[in-house]
Design a protein around this ligand. Structure first.
Ligand code: MN
Length: 456
């Protein structure tokens, strides 16, 4: 089966070109000007942009957290991804305390295999560190995983000594770590302080105060100094503040390699949401929290200058009912928001549409860079001969309104509810097959597991 995509403009990180794409089976066979081919089905994409399928390198599907489990498992969560134009996710398989890495991966495969509608790879979030785990890492890195997650806050946070040891071991194996950077001590102390001063923790407007920008900046700075001692690159995930960004610039000036991820929510929403009525405010409780508005332009500026490498969702969805667990104490609210389906359209509309970034940069941040950083390139993240035929046919003119009703997520709400958007994924092809159209999923559960180990 051959398909010829005719008349479109192919977007890559280094330009936009009027190119036809010939797809055979799951792969791109050829690209060129005015291609013709006898027995190929013609797909007329005149006036459309063709992006390499977007990659979401930060998702939490079916994650057990705060005594509950995310509203989206791999079933609904990946349908949301696909509907928006994302054809591959990298989810955080999480090692629970006492588990081997093999057990953690087996557990995540049980959640994802046969359920996922887009392709999926895993990062492995490490919650325990000892000699056995260190030994086991070698096989895991060689066979399937090249990126690991470490937390500097929460129960599974690592201390500085462990951070140093893990980064050293990953360096040895040719793997990399993404790190959630927040200072745990500041957060714990401030949570206690709210309780002491107010008698309870019902007022969600106190939430951002418990996770100040200094907590992010301090942890980013400390991580980067540890990484400097180890002499290894590292990834700062979901950067949310200008203060944290300054720490990154400082480290780079000293010659360090630092990769940075941010998320649409930090570019588009601010902490005023926490002053809404509590039951609504809890819907926006994420960690790190939404910040003061002035951070947004600094993050956009960093994207414009190419100083942030990826935009992911941190999709971690809970329903309103689940969020209500924090009614008497906001610190019991499961933190996280949906955003899988919205990301490409939000970045197109507010980024490209409002002149903050170019279409090429959107391609870099949503496709090319995550593919390169996580060893999926050029099978993913590119539309060149030999790549997977993960193709997003992008209609730059389509006008629509973002509402919970138009979303596949099981969260039941849309953080950007009511936003008027211009531009959307009209058709989404996963390895050559049309799987989604105008926000509707046509083919479910054909996602395939993607290994991204460091190999031999
Ligand atoms: Mn996360």
């Amino acid at each position: 089966m051959k398909r010829l995509f005719k008349g479109g403009t192919v977007v890559s990180g280094d330009g936009m070109r009027k190119l036809d794409l010939l797809v055979k089976g799951e792969k791109i066979l050829a690209s060129g000007e005015d291609l013709s081919f006898q027995d190929a089905e013609i797909v007329d994409v005149t006036g459309k942009l063709l992006f390499p399928g977007f990659i979401d390198a930060h998702t939490h599907m079916a994650l057990e957290v705060s005594g509950t489990v995310t509203a989206d498992g791999f079933d609904t969560g990946t349908k949301a991804e696909l509907a928006g134009g994302t054809t591959c996710i990298i989810d955080f398989a999480t090692q629970y305390k006492g588990e081997t890495l093999a057990q953690a991966l087996e557990n995540w495969h049980r959640k994802a295999d046969g359920e996922s509608s887009c392709d999926y790879a895993f990062h492995l979030a490490l919650s325990e560190w000892n000699d056995e785990i260190s030994r086991e890492l070698e096989r895991v890195v060689r066979e399937e995983i090249s990126s690991f997650k470490l937390y500097m806050t929460y129960d599974n946070r690592v201390d500085d000594e462990t951070m140093y040891e893990v980064l050293s071991r990953l360096k040895e194996l040719g793997a990399i770590a993404g790190v959630h950077c927040e200072n745990h001590g500041i957060i714990s102390a401030r949570l206690k302080e709210v309780l002491k001063n107010k008698g309870d923790r019902k007022d969600v407007s106190d939430y951002p105060w418990t996770r100040p920008k200094e907590a992010e900046a301090e942890a980013v700075g400390r991580l980067l100094k540890i990484a400097r001692c180890v002499d290894t690159p590292v990834i700062v995930v979901h950067l949310s503040t200008a203060a944290g960004y300054r720490e990154i610039l400082r480290a780079r000036e000293a010659g360090q390699t630092v990769y940075v991820e941010t998320c649409p929510q930090y570019l588009l929403m601010d902490e005023s949401r926490y002053s809404l009525p509590a039951e609504e405010a809890r819907l926006y409780m994420i960690a790190p929290p939404l910040r003061k508005k002035k951070n947004q332009e600094i993050l956009w500026q960093a994207l414009r200058e190419g100083r942030i490498q990826t935009i992911s969702t941190d999709h971690c969805s809970f329903t309103k009912e689940q969020k209500d667990a924090g009614a008497q104490d906001f610190s019991r609210t499961p933190c996280g928001m949906p955003g899988a389906q919205e990301r490409p359209a939000l970045i197109w509309h507010f980024g490209v549409g409002e002149g903050r970034i170019t279409p090429e940069q959107m391609c870099i941040y949503l496709s090319e860079n995550p593919a390169k950083l996580y060893r999926l390139y050029p099978w993913k993240g590119a539309l060149i001969p030999g790549s997977d035929a993960d193709i997003v046919v992008w209609d730059p003119e389509a006008e629509w309104t973002m509402t919970a009703d138009s979303m596949q997520s099981a969260a039941g709400y849309c953080p950007m509810e009511g936003t008027q958007i211009r531009g959307r994924a009209e058709q989404v092809y996963l390895r050559g097959e049309l799987v989604a159209e105008n926000g509707k999923v046509l083919v479910e559960k054909t996602g395939r597991y993607v290994r991204h180990g460091a190999g031999e």
